[in-house]
Design a protein around this ligand. Sequence first.
Ligand SMILES: Nc1ncnc2c1ncn2[C@@H]1O[C@H](COP(=O)(O)OP(=O)(O)OP(=O)(O)O)[C@@H](O)[C@H]1O
Ligand SMILES: [Mg+2]
Length: 300
Amino acid sequence: MHLRYAALRTAYIIWVIKMDDELVVDINCVEHTYAGGVKVDICGKEFKVKRGERLAVLGANGSGKSTLLKHILGLIVPNSGRVTVFGKDPARQYDEIRSRIGTVMQNVDEQLIGPTVFDDIAFSALNFGLPRAETHRRVEAILHALNIYDLRNRLPHYLSGGERKKVALAGALVFKPELLILDEPMEGIDYASRREIAGFLGALHKETGMTMISTIHDMNVVSNLADKGYVMKHGGKLDLYGTITGLFFNHDLGDYNLAPPPVVTLIKELRLKGFDLHSTLDLNNLCSQITAILESRLHP
Ligand SMILES: Nc1ncnc2c1ncn2[C@@H]1O[C@H](COP(=O)(O)OP(=O)(O)OP(=O)(O)O)[C@@H](O)[C@H]1O
Ligand SMILES: [Mg+2]
């Protein structure tokens, strides 16, 4: 009996390790040429995303971030190279993985289709076969969570840009995707809503372990949505890869037209003035470090 339990336990542990290690997205040097001749060649650092990771793709306008996401979503076909998402080729087999992927496009007008906000959010869940009552319950919950309950009967196309983005996010989350693709999710979102959305996504990630890939221009919110990131050069080259903290502290991102958050600049300046500070993106952590240093200087 004990032996049987031990065997089951080992099998379970191996399964958990395998699940943790499962590659959700694997991109191997994909090149795409748009009509008009612009070539985007996504190559350089290996682009591999494991289950449960939160990853950001950073880079200047036009560098190729949305193009990378379009490859993951099977919206464009590579001329060469290979894209695998959940073990499938998204350009040819997207229907087999569609129900596992939630998306917020950079231009959300391309994805809002329901006659009302409520219908729009419910659409994909119903389409993937979720019962009507459960869909209704989930839509109500997400409307409250994203603070857009008042918008439920409005026409999506008459909403403000930020409101539309929140509706698209609700629609992407309602069927509890395993992979969430966010192309500039915070663009046009006000300060308080950014904090709410980041908090909500953070809690959801902890609860469900969903994999997240985002592109973000606001460097102040990157660390709320991602733990690791790639920095892309013009033409699609994946030039840098590392933790978000490491990317900001160990590289000069000015070369990529990216300005680090003020906390990074402040720590770098204070280090030059002799303050021995750890790298952090958390302002409260920086304040604690400075307070401790000042106290140790006042009361040596
Ligand atoms: N549909 C299209 N037709 C032709 N060229 C395109 C198309 N979409 C993108 N491009 C071009 O491909 C390149 C990469 O564009 P992409 O949208 O991937 O950049 P991005 O990094 O997402 O930029 P942004 O930060 O402005 O969102 C750019 O030069 C862009 O002009
Ligand atoms: Mg883009």
